[in-house]
Design a protein around this ligand. Structure first.
Ligand SMILES: [Zn+2]
Length: 408
């Protein structure tokens, strides 16, 4: 059984981490920035050196191709993203891209001829940090967002995506549009603590969580803090406190996969000696099953209505409903076989974060592979992985991709 060159992969990761490297050991490589341009050029140079071709589409997505025996068959795809959060880590996204490059280099070293082409992709603006929303260019590629919408997104200096693509020389001629794909794999760090805590090598990602976002407005009545007795108050903030605990309970009720978060709350008038009149807050639910999201939303409405007992009315507005993604069984089966053949440990898991492959899965069989990251820390300069984890993930990617690429 062939293995990747783990040392070469680690060195490649270290070289790329210099581009946009920060004093604290992280990286700032915002989408379509000068750092992104330099990293893209380096990736392209490495691809060309390896005898591969590199195409760029109108959203700046890069497709690096290793030709198989029959290019009329749908290719196998792998990849992730080169961009990072501001003061982000050295592995989120870029690990999946460079492990994919290592897979192609290994197949070259071993002179393995595959039946199908293998395409390594770098998706533009996965993070959504410079241009909202996240996963912008994979969304266009998969037909979920229009190019017109994507090109018109602006950063905080009013530079559009289209202008930024042109500025770094990465607005390709070919329209960003899906082509047939036989199977797609994205290898990524977990960005959570589960694999490390359980001492498991590989996460077989069977699903990505759906998300529902709400804004709640709680209306009580502003009153004098000194002259208004306790029993005659309609305090929006104490009502909010009750609501916050109920939202947390909803998350626990749907454990282990459920998530319930209030990340934002604003109090009005926010004055030391006024009984609060109004609280506006966010509520966010995540779960891999649609039925559970329905139940969570229902429970939220009940919790909101129960605040009437405190003389506080609550309105619930749903802002965003992103359906759960179930990844492809055949893709997962190849990865499970690879894990078994390599003698590694694995567990089925659910991605709590969004990824480009969620969009890809709308049009092609796809799944994801996770490796642990230290303490689950991500979107942080302190993001770390161990070389042994990096090696195992790349070997599993190699054999998942190879198995798919040999199918006729
Ligand atoms: Zn990522």
């Amino acid at each position: 059984m062939i293995h990747v060159n783990a040392q070469r992969l680690w060195t490649t990761l270290e070289m790329l981490a210099q581009i946009g490297g920060t004093p604290a050991g992280g990286v700032t490589r915002l989408a379509l920035s000068e750092e992104d341009r330099i990293a893209r050029n380096l990736l392209r140079d490495w691809a060309l050196e390896a005898g591969l071709t590199c195409d760029v589409d109108s959203m700046g997505n890069m497709f690096i191709r290793r030709v198989g025996k029959n290019s009329t068959l749908a290719p196998v795809m792998t990849g992730s993203h080169v961009d990072s959060q501001p003061l982000g880590g050295n592995y989120d996204g870029i690990y999946g891209v460079l492990a994919g490059l290592e897979v192609l280099r290994t197949l070259n070293d071993r002179q393995v001829q595959t039946e199908r082409d293998i395409v390594l992709v770098n998706w533009t603006n996965e993070e959504g940090a410079r241009f909202a929303p996240a996963m912008l260019a994979s969304g266009v590629w998969a037909g979920q967002l229009t190019e017109e919408f994507a090109w018109s997104r602006m950063d905080n200096k009013k530079v559009t995506v289209r202008e930024a693509l042109e500025a770094i020389g990465y607005r390709g001629e070919r329209p960003a549009r899906a082509f047939p794909v036989h199977a797609c794999y994205e290898l990524h760090i977990e960005q959570g603590p589960i694999l490390e805590d359980d001492a498991i090598d590989i996460g077989l990602v069977r699903a990505a969580m759906g998300q529902r976002w709400f804004t709640l407005t709680l209306d009580g009545f502003a009153a004098h803090a000194g002259t208004t007795p306790m029993h005659s108050r309609r305090d929006a903030l104490t009502a909010f406190a009750e609501l916050a605990l109920k939202v947390e309970e909803i998350g626990y009720h749907h454990a282990p996969d459920g998530r319930a978060t209030i990340g934002m709350a604003q109090v009005t008038p926010n004055s030391r000696n006024v009984v609060p009149a109004r609280v506006v807050c966010s509520v966010e639910f995540r779960h891999p099953e649609q039925a559970a999201l329905e139940a969570m939303e229902f429970a939220l409405h009940q919790a909101a209505e129960s605040l009437a007992a405190r003389g506080v009315t609550a309105s619930v507005e749903r802002l965003f409903d992103y359906a759960p993604i179930a990844f492809n069984e055949a893709c997962l089966a190849r990865t499970a076989n690879a894990v078994a053949a390599l003698g590694y440990s694995s567990k089925l898991m659910v991605s709590g974060a969004g990824h480009d492959t969620c969009y890809v899965s709308k049009i092609a069989p796809a799944s994801m592979i996770f490796i642990p990251c230290v303490k689950g820390i991500s979107h942080n300069e302190a993001e770390r992985i161990l070389p042994a984890w990096s090696e195992k993930g790349a070997n599993v990617l190699l054999h998942s991709v190879l198995a798919a690429a040999q199918e006729t």
